[in-house]
Design a protein around this ligand. Structure first.
Ligand code: AHR
Length: 511
């Protein structure tokens, strides 16, 4: 039996802009994210430009990725950027102690990352090293990347083949300083963040958006300490903030840390618990926003969720340090509900970065390195949510009210909402996203469309026979968007029937 729901959407009340950077990405020197994922080297039989995989670039261009964070993560705080410039055969190697204890040859460095961003059409978000670096090292990196004219760093950059400075809008001041980034206490890090941020200069017209390494999950005290430290005490005539944003990290981990559960083998109880944990990101963002509101009521400081997504046990037989996991329809529904929550927080949340883009955690793309696979590439169900939702980037949020719907489902202390929705407009059109979290039943939704007339619509759905469905090189389109045919006119607007466990988008043409 189908559930019934009614959702009111005020089409004529455009709200805040949904920052396109909420659809951001994260690429770390971890497992096969960079090497094998983004970068295969110039000599690879896989088509590449300067070693960067062109099939990966092509797939990511289709989802308009707005920014890419690099080189970590935990790796950022042991990365020394000068090791990754100059002739590749002369670059020193290092041990990646966080991720698999493997040797890093530094063949993918600053120039390769910037070339990747240019190919993707994405803004670079470079994460500097506070944990084991120096203020000078970070300051020099900013100069190397962004300064024009003549200076010691500019001369080095030119000697390495790049005359023009790059534009680097986003700069991270360390990562997870409370943990892998140095095991610091909040006040100690806040003082360091002020110091490092001071020497990350704006060169020419490159204005940096400096992002302080923020809290884990619900650590509100960390956020409060950073908010107290953000004002530039010595610059009362120009009350500029020392850093412009601060981050938080929140992963959807359904099990205990040492047994997070399988990505593909799970039961209904695991499923609902996962969705409960995913929806809890709303509380996490609300909590940090409330603290920020107290210190920054005009909301000039951005909250940056620069790591989010599901975290499962690694796929059997793969390196535990490489965090390679499969990606099912369940992961897609986690992404769908996250985006509805991100849109809800558009006034404060200025960026979010899923962890991670290729071959690590909740990836968009999985590549197959085996001899048989010959570098085959699979788009995950999560990729399709990003693609179906890309019209929200830079659009204005619309008020959405789920007036009636199925009762929440209790799971592990969470009350899991069984229907999730959001909408936005660019003027002539609106995009509506709907997630039917209900595992077993379809949901018939009346979209009560107010304030504008409807001139037409198209609808797509991401669904599968079972929640565990996922894509493989042998069956790459098992979970992929299809036309949603069960859409009818209704006196209030439209009536849509969503299959069980599905994600759907409707593009509405407005008169
Ligand atoms: O994304 C994997 C790791 O998770 C990152 O390196 C770190 O910042 C977080 O703990």
């Amino acid at each position: 039996m189908a559930n019934d729901a009614r959702i009111v959407i005020d089409l004529d009340v455009p709200g805040p802009v949904i920052n396109r950077h909420l659809y951001g990405h994260f690429s770390e020197h971890l497992g096969r994210c960079i090497y094998g994922g983004f970068y295969v080297g110039e000599d690879s039989p896989i088509p590449n430009e300067g070693g960067i995989r062109l099939d990966v670039v092509e797939a990511l261009r289709k989802i308009n990725i707005p920014n890419l964070r690099w080189p970590g993560g935990c790796f950022a705080d042991e990365y020394h950027w000068t090791d990754g410039i100059g002739p590749k055969d002369q670059r020193p190697t290092m041990v990646n102690t966080h991720w698999g204890n493997v040797e890093e040859n530094n063949h993918f460095g600053t120039h390769e990352f910037m070339a990747l961003c240019e190919l993707l059409g994405a803004d670079p978000y470079v994460n500097g090293n506070v944990g084991s670096g120096t203020v000078k090292e970070m300051s020099d990196w900013v100069e190397y990347l962004t300064r024009d004219g003549d200076s010691p760093m500019v001369r080095q950059r030119k000697a390495n083949g790049r005359d023009e400075p790059w534009r680097v809008p986003f700069w991270g001041i360390g990562n997870e300083a409370w943990g892998c980034g140095g095991n610091m206490r909040a006040q100690a890090y806040a003082d360091l963040a002020r110091q490092y941020a001071t020497f990350c200069r704006d060169h020419g017209d490159n204005e940096l958006y400096r992002i302080a390494a923020g809290a884990a999950d619900g650590d509100l005290e960390w956020t409060e300490t950073l908010m107290k430290a953000i004002s530039c005490l010595g610059c009362s005539r120009t009350p500029k903030k020392i850093f412009q944003g601060l981050s938080i990290h929140y992963y959807t981990v359904a099990g205990p840390w040492d047994h997070k559960g399988s990505a593909t083998e799970f039961d209904l109880e695991d499923y609902y618990l996962t969705l409960g944990k995913a929806q809890f990101v709303d509380r996490i963002i609300s909590g940090h926003s409330a603290i920020m509101d107290a210190y920054d009521p005009d909301r000039t400081v951005g909250l940056v969720l620069d790591e989010w997504g599901t975290w499962w046990d690694v796929e059997p037989g793969t390196n535990p340090g490489f965090l390679f996991q499969q990606n099912t329809l369940r992961d897609a529904l986690v992404a769908g509900t996250h985006f509805d929550i991100f849109h809800k927080h558009a006034e404060r949340l200025m960026m979010a970065n899923i962890a991670q883009t290729v071959n690590v955690l909740q990836a968009m793309i999985l590549t197959d390195d085996s001899a048989d696979g010959r570098g085959a590439l699979v788009l995950t169900p999560t990729y399709h949510v990003f693609e179906m939702n890309k019209g929200h980037q830079g659009a204005q949020r619309l008020p959405v009210h789920i007036v009636t719907g199925p009762d929440p489902h209790p799971a592990g202390g969470y009350q899991v909402a069984l229907l999730s929705a959001s909408a936005s407009t660019t003027g002539d059109s609106a995009l509506v996203s709907l997630t039917n979290v209900e595992a077993n039943e379809p949901t018939t939704v009346v979209l009560d469309l107010r304030g504008r007339d409807l001139a037409g619509q198209t609808a797509r759905v991401l669904a599968a026979d079972v929640l565990q469905a996922h894509n493989t090189p042998a069956d790459p389109d098992r979970v992929s968007p299809r036309e949603l045919t069960d859409v009818q006119p209704h006196p209030r607007g439209l009536q849509v029937t969503l299959p069980p466990h599905s994600f759907a988008t409707l593009e509405l043409l407005l008169d």
